[in-house]
Ligand binder design. Sequence first.
Ligand code: TYD
Length: 134
Amino acid sequence: MQVVKYVFQPHGDDRGQLVALEEIKDIPFKIKRVYYMYDTKEGVVRGYHAHKNLQQILVCIHGSCKIRLDDGKEKKIIPLEKPYEGLYVSNNMWREMFDFSPDAVLMVLASELYDESDYIRDYDEFLKSVSIEG
Ligand code: TYD
């Protein structure tokens, strides 16, 4: 499995840092939706799903968390702890988010609007869908 982590360019000066993300230029898709998770309770694991079509970039803009990616063949754990790093999560990728620090804010840039029918929430169904795909 190829893990694609983007390192964004902070526009730093003596006032501090600023990261700007533009669709297509910095993000490999048109951004249709942004959402973020915060105040995640200790020990919580979120996600437990894949998407049929959706692509995402995950940025932990404050604090830290870990992402487990699973393409049906291989699993990888990717720590996110820098506000200028973005993890690309393609479609057909099982994801779990865990180990949130109490101050973590995990922002997600998504290529599509929210659509429950795009979710695969059953792990066996996910394994079947990726094995059919080849
Ligand atoms: P959920 O899918 O459980 O989040 P995760 O898999 O990341 O843990 O979403 C939590 C709730 O938020 C659920 O009621 C659906 C709602 N939701 C939206 O309304 N819009 C969205 O874009 C997302 C991601 C979730």
